[in-house]
Design a protein. Sequence first.
Length: 252
Amino acid sequence: MIRAQNLKLLLKREGWSNAHFGRLMGWTDGQYVGQLMNRRKPFTEKTARLIEEKANLPKRWLDEIHEAAEYEPGTLTDPETLHIVGESAARYMAKKDIPPNEGRELAHTSGPSDFTEAFNNARTPNSAPVIEWARLGDDLKKANYELEGCELLSVPDSASQYCKWVTVTDDHIRFGIRKGNKVAIEPLLDGVHIPVENEVYLFRSVASGKFFLAEYRSLASGAFEAIPSTGHPLDSIRHGLEIVGIHKGTWK
């Protein structure tokens, strides 16, 4: 059932009709799509992974609980759902039992916001693990359930299950970020994000593999500049840069 509901969410989010999505998948029309969503055809593991691949979704996206979905009554307690997503369904249903806001302040790119600190070792839909800067290359694109044993902090509801908190090792005074602060980074896994001028992103040097925070500024012909807190702007083509993550907020 969870896969059928998430497929409905995908089509609604993208504005696709059943017929359009059927053609995208290489099927004759949208009839099979409708049968999957209405549970008249079995939504198998093979079909779910194929849809994620064709739609450029993270692996097992159809098996996750998403804040934006409008789940039908009984979806999250259905035996099929529990078999696929396990205890996360129960935690989602019990989300209102999380302690109230403790007044901790996050400096957000769009302004200050308050968030709560999640229970240590708890797995809630709006929490993310804290990883070390030195392990960005290994841990950034992993799903959060693969990072057992990490400290957990809450993240914005808009964050995906891949969002991470990363402990900063240098001062970035112009961005209001100090050494030892934690920044929430949403990794770019599908390459469809359109960067926003003067917002802070996580960049990576293709040549050295080094990660750094900088502001984004577009240039002609699809190129861009990464403007660090100190030093000169870096040209994406000349310096071989790629954007690998969105800065969602900072834990002071």
